[in-house]
Each structure stands twice: as C-alpha cells, then as structure tokens.
Design a protein. Structure first.
Lengths: 157, 157
C-alpha cells in the first residue's frame, strides 16, 4: 500500500493469534467492546453492519463522559483488510468535520500468528500531528496489546 | 433513500433512454466527455476504475482554465446506483477540503425510459447553499439534458 508520510500514521506488529480470529474480533460488537479503546476507557455500545457503506458506530465511556462516534466501512475484504472512517455516517451522509480514515490489515506471519498493520489517514499534516500528539502510537499500540490478550482467550472456543 | 434537506440538493427527471444506456454513459470515459459538464465547458480527460475505492478522475476545461477533480467511487450497483465523491482520491487518501458526495440513481420508468435522480450531499448547510448558488439545479439539469441528447444518439448502436 502506498503511504503518505505527511498525513499518515502507521505501525505494524506481530500478534500471536490467527488472522481469522483477529478479523472476528474487529468485526463483532461483543468483541469490539473488549479491546477497542485503551483501558480504563470503555466501549459502551457498538453497532456494525459489515458491508461497504454499512455503519460502524461506537459509543465510548471516557472518564465518565459519553463519546459517540458514527462511521461507515469503506472496504470489507474478509480476513484481510478493513477500511472505515468517520467521514460518513450510514447512507453516505458526510460528516461536517471528519477526523480520519483507518486501514487495518491482517497477514499470516507464517508461524500461526498475524502481521497486523494499522494505518490512520488524515486530511492534512496538521490533523496527522494532532492525532500523534493525542497519543496515536501509545493508544493504538495499547489497543493492539488488548486485542492480542483478548484474542488469545478465544483460541479454540 | 433518506434525504437530508439541510445538506442535500436533489432532483429527479425522466430521461427518454434506457437505464442500461445511461449507466454506460456514466461509467465510460469516452461517454463522460460528451455530457458531464455544461457546454461550452468541456471534459479534457477522464479516468475511471469502476469499483468501490476505484478512481473517478476528471479534468475540465472551464473558459480555458484546467480544473482537475480527483475522486473515487463509494458504491457501484450496476445499472442502478452510482455513488462517488471528491472526499477521497484513489487508495482512500482523504481530500483536505472535500466538496460533495454524489448519488446517481436510475430506475425504469415503465415506458422504455429512465427515472433519473441526482443527489449531491454536503458536509454542512453552508456547503449546500454554496453549491445551490453556483447553479446546481441549472448545471446538473443541463448535464441531464446533454446526457439525454447524447444517449439518444447511441440507441441501437
């Protein structure tokens, strides 16, 4: 995938869980609630319509405050690639001030685990910087660790 | 389809040409050049990759000035519905300042013609108003007339 260093934030790590399981975690509301925001923040609600243009809506609890995030999927390539954004809500209604577009990629690592790449794309270098300052690498890194820990509890279930 | 009157502009008209032909006009670069902007403006170049996330790039000649518009398709429902936007260029690269999302719908009118609905969606009431002031209804209406005239020349070919 072509990267745009001025406006993208991205990292890759190996997760010790199979690709199919990580995909299931990323596309199922009950699983999303277990890893999607860094603890002690939490996901109170999640709605998923897993198709291009379908909703991906989440409600976070951040220090007791409710944050509602509506978005849609732009690409759904089962088990391999998920693209979503807050630039639209369901029905292609444009958001007034979108923040980012996320691309999550899953590849077999050849040893039973998954090479996991998370990329956040922004509209401007300033938006990218804001996201980095908000703690992109720490936050999304923590989410990847939570995902790995949670996915391991599901192996064989 | 749900409409948002504060941020949408839309019109419906009957076009005396079959749905399949209008779809072909809307999805083929050589045809796009024949109707896509109100004359005497013209389309100098058009690139189409007809799939979700694929490019829909056009270059206009407006009073001798070249205007390049890069976009992507968000939905491609053959013969029925085409959704595209300038909010992204190919590869889901977000645009800094997107203008609109367009939804073009084609339905059989039951008499060999097509009920043609064009909707432009905007990020804010102000953006909608700007588009209306730029001449949305006249401009897109002229384009529909040019499409009808051009499509009629293709019947039976």
């Amino acid at each position: 995938m072509i990267l745009y260093p001025e406006t993208d934030l991205t990292f890759t790590r190996t997760i010790q869980a199979p690709r199919s399981l990580l995909w299931e975690c990323w596309t199922t509301p009950q699983h999303i609630k277990q890893f999607f925001v860094p603890r002690p923040h939490s996901v109170e609600d999640c709605e998923i319509d897993l198709r291009v243009g379908g909703k991906f809506n989440t409600t976070f609890n951040v220090d007791g405050n409710t944050m509602k995030n509506d978005g849609v999927f732009l690409e759904v390539e089962e088990g391999r690639r998920l693209v979503f954004t807050d630039a639209y809500s369901e029905g292609w209604k444009p958001a007034a001030d979108p923040f980012m577009t996320a691309i999550i990629e899953f590849e077999d690592d050849g040893h039973g685990g998954t090479t996991y790449t998370a990329t956040a794309r922004h509209r401007s270098p300033e938006a990218r910087q804001t996201h980095e300052d908000m703690g992109f690498f720490g936050g999304w890194g923590t989410v990847a660790t939570q995902l790995e820990d949670y996915a391991k509890t599901l192996v064989g279930k």
